[in-house]
Ligand binder design. Structure first.
Ligand SMILES: [Zn+2]
Length: 349
């Protein structure tokens, strides 16, 4: 089968050939891929030290299937031909974290597209636990990026929304691939006043269309911080959700948090440099976000991917995608690097 591989970091991807995967374990599921997305940071090697993946390997970690192609003999929740979306992680189901439904912290997980072969291919091997059947009204290409980008955005915004009250302010930094989903989720599940920041005017236009209450263009000087301070009555926002965390967004972002407010880190790339005295004197919190969970986290009921699919089926969250043929993978990556993609770039075989 055809696959798109990382052959070296900071190098162009290559189209190659690989053996079609087979269901060898009882809970294995082979999915014919309907659409797949990925993340430029993976190509830049930012995960290389954490994943220890051997090159070359097939990327693509946001995977939706046209259909289940083959199942192991222990699989009971799916049948051949089902349309599915895949939770990005393959998890054991047996460790303490998995038993809490907190699969993101599984002690024996693998991550297709990051540390094992992913979905920029015709077929992908995953497990029964990772596959969620799609509502008939949803098409794989329309929801593929919801599997990771959307799930991550939902996870962070839902976490913030559990604390946000009407009259509170929520700042979203970045209205791109994740941010544009975060905006819709915030409007669907929270009554907080939503302020969206982006450097790009077209992204802000989209943010406004998606329901942002205020949009503020960020830029090289710090005037936009003052604008956010004005909107929030000089006090800052209860929640700042940073989908960027690059190019100085954290240093300006932390100036927008209210006393005892929360800074949700979703994007990554730069360090947060905050004097510890500022953290203790204002009791601000920094909260990391990785993908999303299925079920129960301690006392909170969260079922991020399933809840997000409900919002998608209700039409409350729509992905803005640019679709590319699998053969045009390099154009997709180039357009993404050049900032030409609004929303998320998706490869369709
Ligand atoms: Zn586990």
């Amino acid at each position: 089968m055809k696959v798109v591989q990382v052959v070296g970091y900071h190098e162009d991807l290559k189209m190659g050939e690989a053996e079609q995967p087979k269901a060898t374990g009882p809970l294995d599921v082979i999915v014919k891929i309907g659409a797949a997305g990925t993340d430029l940071h993976i190509l830049e090697g930012q995960w290389a030290d954490k994943s220890n993946v051997k090159l070359p390997y097939t990327i693509g970690h946001e995977n939706a299937g046209w259909q289940v192609h083959e199942i192991g003999n222990g699989v009971t929740n799916l049948k051949i031909g089902d349309k599915v979306i895949l939770h990005p992680l393959m998890t054991c189901g047996l460790c303490t974290a998995c038993r809490f439904g907190d699969d993101v912290h599984c002690e024996a997980s693998s991550f297709p597209g990051v540390d094992v072969n992913g979905g920029y291919a015709e077929y992908l091997k995953t497990t029964a636990r990772s596959a969620i059947k799609l509502d008939d009204s949803l098409e794989p290409a329309d929801v593929a990026a919801l599997a990771d980008a959307g799930l991550t955005a939902y996870h962070a915004v839902a976490k913030a929304a559990r604390l946000l009250r009407p009259g509170n302010f929520c700042v979203i930094i970045g209205a791109g691939g994740l941010g544009h989903i975060g905006i819709q989720v915030a409007k669907a599940i929270s009554a907080a006043t939503l302020i969206v920041l982006d450097r790009n005017e077209a992204a802000l236009k989209l943010a406004k269309e998606l329901g942002a209450d205020h949009v503020v263009q960020s830029g090289p000087n710090d005037d936009f911080v003052k604008k956010v301070q004005e909107i929030t009555g000089g006090k800052g926002a209860e929640a700042v959700i940073d989908f960027v965390a690059e190019g100085g967004s954290t240093s300006t972002g932390v100036q927008m948090i209210r006393r005892a407010g929360n800074y949700y880190v979703v994007g990554y790339g730069e360090n947060i440099n905050v004097p510890t005295i500022d953290i203790i004197s204002t009791e601000i919190n920094f909260i990391g976000n990785l993908v999303g969970s299925y079920n129960v986290r301690l006392y909170e009921v969260v079922n991020d991917l399933a809840e997000l699919m409900v919002l998608a089926a209700q039409g409350k969250v729509k992905l803005h995608t640019s679709k590319y043929k699998l053969d045009d993978f390099q154009k997709a990556i180039d357009d993404l690097s050049a900032g030409k993609v609004r929303g998320r770039a998706i490869l369709v075989p």
